[in-house]
Design a protein around this ligand. Structure first.
Ligand code: SIN
Length: 304
């Protein structure tokens, strides 16, 4: 594979800067029959907790204009099953695995991330302080700098793996949270997770999601996400991984220009599971034709 797309996010070196976002690509293995999952820059797997979680009652997803709502509630198989049953297959497939970690306290996060430290083949940990669909943890840590920094510091002490912290667009002051996690030892930040939304079936007069609310993602949120990446890029030195409604190369380029060093493709995977690989191929052609690397685009939006 051409080196032109090789990307460095602090201590994390990726073969290319296009990843798939947690919760939109299962554990990666679900797609290994239809594509070479090792071609993807990184697979941020479904958020994993110490113990298995059943998640929220259905319906857990619904389509909205240019987007979708989800209220999965971080349903997952738990650390042990992920490590014993899935990691061997992910290693064999040559996947670059980013472990999206979920805990309900700083010590819970630390315990989980200490365990990830011993797992062969984990490239980095993405600390989920931004899921809007859980009663504790998730977004509750991501709304302000203090709890976000406490979780980040606990994870930092627990692992030698690169630490990426996934931020919420619903933070009271996103720039403050980004600075706080940088100071607490994050190697990079990824943003944005979803916005809390609601959709109502006017015939039944009931919410279309089982728990009433869910996280909005998809192209509907892209301009908000690009602006937030731009804002955060003004205040942190660590690399930014941008996401929010990316469907094609042009969308990804917006995030690079706003200040992201890498991107994650999320909701678009549901309608086209190979979209990330298509963007990688298009990005390679774009960079080769111009004799540039993705890093040459980062933060290069021309304002005013
Ligand atoms: C969910 O499982 O509810 C979504 C995960 C997330 O938003 O981080």
């Amino acid at each position: 594979m051409s080196d032109i797309l090789k990307t460095t996010l602090g201590p994390l070196v990726l073969k290319n800067p296009v990843m798939v976002a947690s919760g939109t690509f299962g554990y990666g293995l679900e797609y290994s029959d239809i594509m070479d999952i090792s071609a993807i820059g990184g697979i941020s797997v479904k958020g994993i907790s110490l113990s298995p979680r059943p998640g929220n009652p259905p319906p857990r997803m619904c389509e909205t204009p240019s987007g979708m709502l989800n209220s999965i509630g971080l349903a997952n198989v738990g650390f042990d099953v992920f490590v014993t049953e899935m990691m061997p297959k992910l290693r064999a497939a040559g996947a670059t695995v980013i472990a999206n970690a979920y805990g309900t306290s700083a010590s819970d996060f630390a315990e989980l991330c200490r365990k990830f430290d011993d797992v062969e083949g984990i490239a980095a940990i993405e600390v989920n302080i931004s899921c809007p669909n859980v009663k504790s943890g998730g977004i509750h840590f991501g709304v302000s700098g203090k709890p976000a920094a406490e979780v980040t510091a606990a994870v930092r002490q627990a692992t030698r793996l690169p630490v990426m912290v996934k931020l919420s667009p619903e933070a009271r002051d996103l720039k403050e949270v980004a600075r706080a996690v940088e100071e607490a030892g994050a190697d990079s930040v990824s943003l944005i997770n979803t916005f809390r939304g609601m959709s109502i079936d006017v015939n039944t007069r009931r919410p279309r999601l089982g728990v009433g609310f869910g996280g909005l993602s998809g192209p509907a949120i892209r301009p908000l996400a690009v602006r937030m990446v731009y804002d955060v890029a003004q205040v942190v030195r660590i690399p930014i991984v941008g996401m929010g409604g990316i469907t094609c190369l042009r969308d990804a380029l917006e995030f690079f220009l706003a200040g992201a060093s890498a991107v994650q493709v999320g909701t678009a995977n549901f309608s086209n599971p190979t979209v990330a690989v298509e963007i990688i191929n298009d990005l390679r052609e774009y960079c080769t034709n111009r004799n540039i690397r993705p890093a040459d685009l980062v933060g290069k939006v021309e304002m005013g």
